[in-house]
Design a protein around this ligand. Structure first.
Ligand code: BGC
Length: 700
């Protein structure tokens, strides 16, 4: 018996010695496989062994892609054990015509939850499905600040505030990267319109660039630890993003300390030497500039070997950091990667992203016994669940609102439907029901801005007609961005459901019937008129002679409405609930802080009480008003926190303001500074409802 055990132990030890021997031999041959070294050390060791051809192979995609799926592909280098890069789209689910994937709500909807934890989960779901599809670089998220309300890709991003976008970006990135793939912060930078997008020149001053447009990328890099960045199609201050030393070297590498790799947007590379010298690592999707042309430039001495080494190391670092060399991705493009958890997350995200904008006489939530007329094609068999373009996802199904309402309504409650193509028929249907719910939508897409902010077609007329026929009319907006509402005073209720993903109808039914209490807030301003917006002049958008001048400077989104005393239709941060809340007992401490290395966060404490009869969640928002001498917009968001409360319950909420909250970018010195002075702290539940005030004095 003892002998037998001894034998087993000996065999085990021998196996261990052989295995370790092989591993040691392997790491002796391939020292970059030694995991005890840092990603930077491993990348440096590997680059030393690579030939020029191998290095160049890593610096561009190949077309056509030799395997099924993906939109970008860099082949493996088997001699050195370098895995292929498999890059796939997916802002709201795996894209590029993948099947067997979950369609999530549009990112603008998820962001409307004002819950970074939900964005982390959003990233996890997306990252897990991408990884199981074999993707190791997920081309997500899109984090540009929404400057122009007509921007055709508003739905792919988070909103109009740089701090807010930064919070959402870092959370989603951490979620994606926790599941295997390297995430990709896009589109860098000043990608704020689709009109003329391949040549558009964004003319923007340095201070605005840093404080507004760079800020989400700073959070993505510094807090999200994102592995890759996609440079945009547009020019920033007359230089294409993908070959600009200001954009790629000065801002991204030097200011933000980004140590991963920059890939070009598809077809956004315009040169060989300028692009590689100024910081582009990888041309996508092909090799026009970074294939033979790059090799020739190196051989002719126009690009140095050390530049190539640096660019390749920057590609390898996030690959090592993300473990791509140490764990094989066994996923496959043909796999069905959905799970019940992902389905329920898609539903939860849609519910938590739906913003209640109006609820006259507490018409909502509806009793399950009322008779309802559902009007509009998006309420029936043409649900508007996602936007179009490269972010498109093949949904496994979409739950139509009318089907979901019929399922949840009490037995005998009549739910009728009219697609709205015939306004007289829609009116008739609405008149016969107790409540009319009109579903309207916009068709937003990459490649085109909306021509204006009106609902397309005859939808405004349809709403007016239905509202005239039935006083209890509720409008559900399936839009990717803000729309004008000439009928706003005529309807009793308005919900902004955005593009809600595959669970569309289930989410909307849960909100309408009150099974879920809405808690979302607008991540961007809804204007009252087409002219009362920050970018109303043609010079600003779409630009004149290819130049879009960012003349509004720091006054982007709500900052402009506040600076110009313009009344929005619905302000940034606004959203109603079926219950009510009270904020009080605000304390700001300490009252005095020293700027610089010894800066300590300013802590804001507020008590929030649910004063209504239903459980619900409120978002406490903290805005900072800088001293007038700083030349900043009236007040700016610098902290927020969502809190869930039972009826009657009070909870303390603690929020932190870091040094950036009290800083401005000094364009003369090319750096941030924290001017001394007294800063007002404004707390409330939207950018236009800030009843609690405190202050803090910053000294130097
Ligand atoms: C889009 C990117 C996308 C890429 C690949 C480009 O046109 O701007 O967002 O990742 O195509 O599909």
């Amino acid at each position: 018996m003892l002998d037998c055990r001894l034998g087993a132990v000996v065999r085990l030890i021998t196996a261990f010695v052989i295995f370790t021997g092989i591993a040691v031999a392997q790491t002796a041959q391939r020292p970059w496989m030694d995991k005890s070294n840092s990603p930077e050390q491993r990348a440096a060791l590997l680059v030393r062994r690579m030939t020029l051809d191998e290095k160049i192979t890593m610096m561009h995609g190949v077309e056509p892609i030799p395997i099924k799926g993906y939109v970008g592909y860099v082949p493996p280098i088997t001699r050195l054990g370098i895995p292929a890069l498999t890059e796939a789209d997916g802002r709201a689910g795996v894209g590029n015509d993948a099947t067997g994937v979950t369609l999530l709500p549009a990112p603008i909807a998820a962001a409307s939850s004002w819950d970074p934890g939900l964005l982390y989960m959003f990233g996890r779901v997306l990252g897990e499905e991408e990884w199981k599809k074999g993707t190791n670089v997920a081309l997500s998220p899109s984090i540009d600040v929404v400057r122009v309300p007509e921007w055709g890709r508003t739905f792919e991003s988070y909103g109009e505030d740089p701090y807010f976008n930064g919070q959402m970006a870092q959370s989603e990135i951490r979620g994606i990267q926790s599941q295997g793939p390297i995430a990709n912060a896009n589109m860098y930078v000043t990608m704020n319109q689709e009109s003329n997008r391949f040549e558009e020149d964004s003319i923007v001053d340095e201070r605005t660039l840093h404080e507004i447009y760079l800020a989400p990328f700073a959070a993505a890099v510094e807090k999200g630890n994102v592995g890759t960045v996609m440079c945009a199609y547009v020019k920033t201050n007359s230089v294409f993003s993908c070959e600009s030393s200001d954009v790629l070297t000065e801002m991204l590498r030097k200011d933000l300390h980004f140590d991963g790799f920059v890939m070009s947007d598809w077809g956004a590379t315009h040169s060989t030497v300028d692009a590689v010298e100024n910081g582009l690592n990888q041309e996508m999707p092909g090799d026009k500039y970074f294939g033979a042309a790059l090799k020739a430039a190196v051989e002719a001495g126009r690009v140095s070997q050390s530049t190539i080494d640096e660019r390749v190391e920057q590609i390898l670092v996030p690959m090592f950091r993300q473990g791509l060399f140490d764990k094989a991705n066994t996923g496959s493009w043909s796999a069905d990667v959905r799970t019940p958890e992902h389905t329920s997350f898609s539903l939860r995200a849609a519910e938590e992203g739906t913003v209640l904008l109006k609820n006259e006489n507490k018409l909502l939530p509806l009793a399950k016994s009322v008779s309802i007329a559902v009007i509009g094609e998006a309420g029936g068999d043409k649900p508007k669940a996602e936007g179009s373009g490269s972010s498109g996802v093949k949904p496994p199904y979409i739950v139509s609102p009318v089907d979901a309402l019929r399922k949840v309504a009490a037995a005998g409650a009549s739910i009728t439907f009219s697609d709205g193509s015939d306004i007289a028929a829609a009116e008739e249907t609405a008149r016969k029901a107790t409540v009319a719910i009109v579903f309207v939508h916009t068709d937003e897409t990459e490649g085109h801005d909306r021509p204006n902010l009106m609902l397309p077609g005859h939808q405004d007329a349809m709403i007016e007609a239905v509202a005239n026929a039935n006083l209890k009319t509720i409008v559900v907006l399936d839009t990717g961005g803000p729309v004008l509402m000439p009928w706003v005073d005529k309807v009793a209720g308005i919900l902004e459901a955005w593009y809600p993903g595959q669970e569309d109808g289930n989410a909307i039914a849960a909100i309408l019937y009150g099974d879920v209490n809405p808690s979302a807030k607008l991540p961007l301003t809804f204007p009252r008129s087409a002219t009362a917006i920050p970018t109303a002049s043609q010079q600003q958008w779409p630009g004149i002679d290819g130049r879009s001048v960012y003349a509004e400077k720091l006054n982007v989104g709500y900052r402009w409405y506040d600076a110009t005393n313009t009344q929005p239709l619905f302000p940034f941060g606004f959203g109603l609930s079926y219950t009510s809340f009270r904020l009080g007992d605000m304390k700001v401490s300490p009252g005095r802080v020293q700027a610089g290395a010894s800066f300590r966060n300013v802590v804001v404490r507020v008590n929030v009480t649910n004063t209504g009869k239903r459980a619900g969640a409120e978002v406490v928002q903290v805005y900072v008003e800088q001293p007038a001498a700083n030349g900043e917009p009236p007040h700016q968001l610098h902290a927020f926190s969502k809190v869930e409360l039972r009826p009657g319950e009070t909870k303390p909420v603690v929020l932190n303001l870091d040094q950036l909250s009290f800083s401005i970018y000094d364009a003369d010195a090319h750096q941030w500074k924290t001017p001394a002075g007294t800063y007002q702290i404004l707390v409330g539940t939207s950018s236009r409802d800030l009843p609690l005030h405190g202050d803090v004095t910053i000294s130097r």
